[in-house]
Design a binder for this molecule. Structure first.
Ligand SMILES: [Zn+2]
Length: 331
């Protein structure tokens, strides 16, 4: 029992739990201590203290204190046992996210068992094994996902609804390289790139989520925005870690919000050069919109109709791309 309670408390730190429930903390003098209005009694001056290192709270106003379970017990006015049951349920990871994690891990295991997948990565210029690991790139050979996930008690209907299998129970991703797309640390979608004759791009029928790997890019004041994950992979490999990807040339509202959250951020748009001018048009429109929002926008031109991926595959080096960034036009 005591062990289970410890595990429960570790699943979400007290401070994070309070913030999820809209508690607004201020830092006190010490690095690990926070103060705010007490959620347990009415007050106008903050006297509710949280020690993040110890995972404990104490209110100088109402004199109550303790750990996460004690807080929820007081807040919901529940008996101890019911409080624990309530928290167990509230803090349970979403089963869909768990299924996506399990699927991505399974595909990741398949990658090195199928030479056709690693050969394809090599042809697309992605060869750094630690980068492949970091991006979580996997391979869906097709035909065995359902059997593998049966161990996770996932039902046919659930897999169908998420889009991992089709109506015949066959894998939706077949002969595709898989990139997990994370948002807030959780896999929000899977992108599959066909290595065969099938339509090249495929996402699960969920929202495409935010910008790719935004957590690791958000601190930069200059960001390179590309369309595809192979563009991103070769740029990260060449050291341009401030690259993020929109999975297409049209930004979702969530992606736009992420990109513009830092005032004055410079954005370098390196979209595909399409024969039908679709990429060029999208770059131009986005650049205008960014400039109107007060963000300096630059359009990166690569020679001979290249996108960033094909540019590096054709032999360009980091210095070449840096030169293209330097001569990028601002609107
Ligand atoms: Zn209080």
């Amino acid at each position: 029992m005591a062990e289970n309670l410890e595990r429960l408390k570790q699943r979400v730190p007290l401070l994070e739990y309070l913030q999820r429930h809209n508690w607004k903390p201020c830092r006190t003098g010490s690095r690990q201590e926070f103060v705010g209005l007490c959620p347990l009694h009415q007050e106008t001056h903050p006297s509710f203290y949280v020690n993040a290192a110890k995972n404990l709270f104490y209110c100088h106003g109402c004199g109550r204190g303790g750990d996460l379970i004690r807080f929820v017990q007081l807040f919901l006015d529940l008996p101890f046992r019911q409080t624990v049951a309530h928290l167990e349920e509230e803090l349970l990871p979403d089963p869909v996210f768990r299924l996506l994690e399990e699927t991505a891990a399974f595909y990741q295991l398949q990658l090195h068992r199928h030479p056709e997948a690693t050969d394809y990565l090599e042809r697309r210029g992605v060869h750094d094994s630690s980068l492949i690991e970091e991006l979580g790139i996997g391979y869906a050979p097709g035909g065995n996902l359902r059997r593998h996930l049966a161990a996770w008690c996932s039902s046919f209907d659930q897999l169908l609804e998420i889009g991992l299998i089709n109506h015949h129970g066959r894998d939706a991703f077949c002969r595709r390289l898989i990139f997990p797309c994370r948002q807030n640390g959780q896999i929000a979608n899977l992108y599959g790139r066909s290595i065969g004759a099938a339509f090249p791009h495929r996402l699960l029928p969920r929202s495409k989520g935010g910008l790719f790997a935004w957590e690791s890019v958000s601190r930069f004041s200059t960001v390179i925005l590309v369309e595809g994950l192979f563009d991103l992979a070769v740029l990260w490999q060449a050291g341009f870690r401030n690259t993020t990807c929109a999975l297409g040339a049209q930004l979702t509202p969530a992606q736009w919000a992420q990109l513009t959250e830092q005032p004055g951020r410079s954005v370098y748009i390196a979209f595909d050069q399409d024969d039908n001018q679709a990429g060029q048009k999208a770059s131009h429109q986005l650049a205008l919109r960014l400039e109107n929002a007060g963000l300096p926008a630059h359009i990166v031109q690569l020679s001979d109709g290249h996108d960033p991926n094909s540019y590096f595959v054709a032999g360009a080096r980091a210095a070449d791309f840096t030169a293209r960034l330097q001569e990028a036009d601002r609107l």
